[in-house]
Ligand binder design. Sequence first.
Ligand SMILES: Nc1ncnc2c1ncn2[C@@H]1O[C@H](COP(=O)(O)OP(=O)(O)O)[C@@H](O)[C@H]1O
Ligand SMILES: [Mg+2]
Length: 241
Amino acid sequence: MIKIENLSKHFGELIAVDGLSLEIPQGEFFAFLGPNAAGKTTTIKLLTGLLRPTGGGASICGYDIQRDYIKAKALISYIPDFPFLYDKLTGREFLDFIIDLYPKSHNKKTKELMKELLVIFGLENYKDYLVEYYSHGMRQKLVFAASLLHNPSVMIIDEPMVGLDPHSAKVVKDILKNKSRKGVTIFLSTHTLSVAEELADRIGIIDKGKLLAIGTLDNLRASFDIKGKLEDVFLRITEEE
Ligand SMILES: Nc1ncnc2c1ncn2[C@@H]1O[C@H](COP(=O)(O)OP(=O)(O)O)[C@@H](O)[C@H]1O
Ligand SMILES: [Mg+2]
């Protein structure tokens, strides 16, 4: 479903992503785990077509993210680390605005879905408040709700748990687990081992732009001793937020 081939991104002298190759099958919950500045956000921006690679490429469901940008994007929901919201809209107006961006989603079903999502994310009672009065957790949940309006096949999420209160974090995790069970492919970046541990089918460990290891948590633990270099990386990955 997601295919990354020899992907690189250089910022001048700095190599943020260094020849990354990775395949994620449909329905997998994949955690991209690495310390700060490992290259997670840059990889995600390449994967969502927001940055142009220095080398290599990526495709979503066979659609090249550079050449078939529109088709690839239609399948994705992307939740950035610092989402942009319009403070002067209410929560509901924001969701209506997102629906307007997807012409095909103008139907009764999408409106129903919007109502459901407001309830699921605990925003029903706040939907008529301006977004500027939302807490960080509420803003994040609104972004998640917005990202699900077009029924994405792939969710690409950059550090979703950062700064979330425990209740909001649980709501978000439950939604992700539920989507994963329903066959949605999830690519989630995190610098927190416990998040990867709890959610992912498979974990890829990235540091200095390189994929150091990939596998289930058990696989990784088993290879941990063999690859001494992983130890240093693990020390820089925090256990908690
Ligand atoms: N636009 C940019 N210009 C220059 N350097 C950048 C830019 N974006 C990211 N970097 C650098 O690339 C490296 C990887 O960053 P990033 O992908 O944000 O890491 P992570 O998300 O894993 O914390 C860092 O050293 C960061 O400073
Ligand atoms: Mg980042």
